[in-house]
Design a protein around this ligand. Structure first.
Ligand code: KG4
Ligand code: ZN
Length: 341
């Protein structure tokens, strides 16, 4: 007998993207609709939580309808609903969770609460049909910098994490300091192409006895000190050089720690995920390092690196297959830990 396809509607609203997707069997994306609020938050130099929640409420029905239309299916064709329930901004998460619960109740569909970072990691399954655990994944986003050993679907061991700023946060703060605006990551990525990454040597923090942990606040301060120094001496700042040198410092640390983990754990597969994983320099540096190390390198397309719902559909599928079900008491958990339910 042929195995029945599993169609999941996934919803993501943890930060500033209202997103819905239809995913078949965890790896085939039938639709992936993302309504970004970036233009709105830009005016304030960062995400304003209150505005994010309100916009999610305005957009969520429209985004879900579009996801179903593009996938050419109706709610009655679905097997389950997956939704991000943490971590993230509580008011933003609540919009997706309430919507998912309402649809689940109205249509009698199983509900699966998904961890946002698990979603980011699972984005790798979508375009890499051959990728299966175990592997090591570096998750670098605006809120998280985690080096994770993916032991099985939904089974994670956090090897290391940032002690202070997340990698994306560092990108955003440095971008603001050199006048690039929000969100800084893509802007630094672009400006760096005109700069010299060797122009300024910024420090790379290492944490004693914690080879997989990261720290980016010292690097951020070093950039701010450099900018202040230039100002005081009346020297003109070459913003492209600052961007390129900062980006190199971040990428070097990420690559070093990741390859250290790959060697120590003797894995043969390594993946990156999260918004910062769309960074051109990081992707190239990781690819090169993996080649040198003899491990297979996986990365999602840039559109699946930044927040989206297709990745939640991929993660939700594997949780669904394992029998994980949420009930109508599902709540938003802003500081949800990876691997906890
Ligand atoms: O994964 P994501 O969309 O949201 C969170 O879960 O945080 O990541 C957003 C972060 C922002 O800090 C943004 O500046 C950064 O990812 N980012 C980038 C790039 N694109 C997005 N950082 C570096 N280079 C990029 N191309
Ligand atoms: Zn994210």
């Amino acid at each position: 007998m042929e195995k029945k396809d599993v169609l999941i509607l996934a919803i993501e609203s943890s930060c500033d993207e209202t997103a819905a997707a239809v995913v078949r069997n965890g790896r085939e994306v039938l639709s992936n609709v993302i309504s970004s609020q970036i233009e709105l938050h830009k005016l304030y130099g960062g995400v304003v939580p209150e505005i994010a929640s309100r916009k999610h409420i305005e957009k969520i029905n429209q985004v879900i309808e579009e996801a179903l239309t593009v996938a050419k299916i109706g709610l009655d064709d679905l097997d389950a609903i997956a939704v991000t329930y943490g971590p993230g901004l509580v008011g933003a998460l609540l919009v997706g969770v309430a919507e998912a619960k309402a649809l689940s109740y109205a249509k009698g569909l199983p509900l699966v609460g998904v961890h946002h970072i698990e979603g980011h990691i699972s984005a790798n399954y979508i375009e890499n049909k051959d990728l299966e655990p175990p592997f090591v994944c570096l998750v670098v986003s605006g809120g998280h910098t985690h080096l994770v050993r993916v032991q099985d679907y939904g089974v994670y061991e956090i090897l290391g994490r940032t002690r202070d700023d997340a990698a994306g946060e560092a990108f955003d703060k440095v971008a603001r300091a050199i006048g690039l605006g929000y969100p800084g990551g893509p802007k630094i990525d672009k400006l760096s192409r005109e700069g010299n990454p060797e122009a300024i040597v910024f420090p790379k923090a290492k944490i004693a006895d914690a080879p997989y942990d990261f720290s980016f606040s010292g690097l951020k301060s070093a950039v701010l000190n450099y900018l202040n120094g230039c100002r005081m001496k009346g020297e003109e700042v070459n913003r492209a050089d600052v961007a390129a040198s900062f980006q190199k410092a971040v990428c070097d640390v990420l690559v070093e720690h990741a390859m250290h983990a790959v060697r120590e754990l003797k894995v043969d597969k390594f993946a990156i995920a999260g918004g910062v994983a769309s960074n051109g320099t990081l992707r190239a540096a990781m690819e090169q390092a993996c080649q040198k190390q003899g491990v297979k390198f996986y990365r999602p397309s840039p559109i699946l690196c930044t927040d989206n719902a297709a990745m939640i559909g991929a993660a939700g599928y594997y949780e669904f297959q394992k029998g994980v079900r949420s009930d109508l008491s599902l709540n938003a958990v802003p500081n949800l830990k990876l691997g906890e339910r």
